[in-house]
Design a protein around this ligand. Sequence first.
Ligand code: NOJ
Ligand code: NOJ
Length: 418
Amino acid sequence: MLAVFLLSFVIGQSYAQTFSDWLNSESQVAQSKLLAAMSQAEAAPGAVIASPSKSKPDYYYHWTRDAAISQHVIVGLYQRSHDNKFKQKILDYIQFSRANQLARTLTDLGEPKFYVDGTPYGLPWGRPQNDGPALRALTLIEFAQLELQQGHRDFVEDHLYKAELPAMTVIKADLEYVSHHWQEPSFDLWEEVQGDHFFTRLVQKAALTKGAQLAQIMNDPAASDWYLRQAQKIDLEEFMPANQDYILTTLRQTAGLQGKNSNLDSAVTLGFIRIPDMFNIIRKVPGTLRILEKTFGELYTINRRFADMAPAIGRYPEDVYDGDTFRAGNPWVISTLAQAESYYRLAQQSSQKNKTLALEYFKRGDDFFKRVQFHANPDGSLSEQISRENGYMVSAVDLTWNYAAFMTALWAREEALK
Ligand code: NOJ
Ligand code: NOJ
C-alpha cells in the first residue's frame, strides 16, 4: 500500500485514481484533445495536427496516416452520438483531404505530410508512404456507409465516391491510387524503412475489399471487380512463414534504415487492431503479442523495475529514436495501447468457443491499459513516448494518435464486455 502511494506520488496523480475512474476521465481528456487537434486557429479547417509540439520534435503537421486514424475515431463518436460537432469535423476533413490529393506533390498521393495550410511538405523525407491513402479511404468508407444508411446517397456521390474516371471524389481517388500502386515498395508507418510492410499491405487489402463493396453500391461494378481482384492479390501469408512464431513486419527492404534484424514490430498489432476481423491473420496474433511482451519486458528498465505489471511496449527492439536524439528508443503509448486493444479483440473473438480464455485475454487487456495509466501525466495528457529509464512521458506532447488509440482500445473493451 505504502509502495503504491509512494509510486503514485512519484509517477503521477493518474495512478492514484481507480482504474475505472481513470478510464472515464481519460475518455473525456482524449475526446477534447482530439477535437483540439482539429481546431487549430492557424490551421485550415480539416487539418489535424500530429502534436502541438513545434520543436524536438516538430510534429506540427497534418500527417495523412495520423489524421486518418484520428478521424476514424471522430466517425465513431459521430456514429455513437449523432452530434453535429463531430460531423462538421468530418466534413472539413473531407474537403482538406481532397485538396491534399489535388496538390502537386513529389510522390502523388503517397506524400506523407502537409503543412497545416495544406501545402505539401516537399522537403527530403521517407516517401512515398502508401499506408496513408488506404487508411484515409478506410475512414471515409465507414463514414460513407453511415451516410448511405441515413439515405444521403447524393451527398456520398458528390463528396465521397462517384463512378467516374479520372476520379474526382476523395475515396475513389484513394482507391485508384491504392489499386495501382500497392505492389510498389514504400516507406513504413515509422517513416524509416522502404520495402513491403505487413501494416501497409493489410490496410491496403482492407481498403480495396471495403472499397469494392462501396463501388458496387455506387453503381461502379467494373471498378468494384478491379478493386476486389487487387485486394485478392495482396498476399499477407508471406509475412507469416511456417517457421516463425510471429508476423514479420517487412519483406524485401529496398532502402532506408538498416539493422532491424528481428523483423519484430508493434506495427503488426497496430494493423491488427485497425482490421480486427478481416483475413486470417488472427492465428498468428497471440504469438506476436507474446514475443513483443517478452522482448520489451526484458529491454526497458521500467519494465524490469515494475515487473509485476504488463510491460510497456516499444516500436521495435532495435529502435533508437527518442523524439530528439538517436541514442535509445523508448516504449510508445500507441504500441502499449495496441497491445490492450488486441487482447480485447481476441477476448471478443474467443468468447463463444472458450470462456476461460476470453476472460484471460480480457484481463490481459486491462493490464496494458493499467500500464499506460501508470505512466500518464496527472492531467491525463499523453506524450508519444515513455522514458525507458524513469517512466515519465517524453517526446511529442499531446500526440493526437494517442488519444485516438485510447478511444479505440476503450471501445474494444466495451464490446468485449458485452
Ligand atoms: C521522424 C519519424 O517520424 C520517426 O518515425 C523516425 O524514427 C525519425 N524521424 C527518425 O528517422
Ligand atoms: C513519427 C511516427 O513514427 C509516425 O508513425 C507518425 O506518423 C509521426 N511521428 C507523426 O505522429
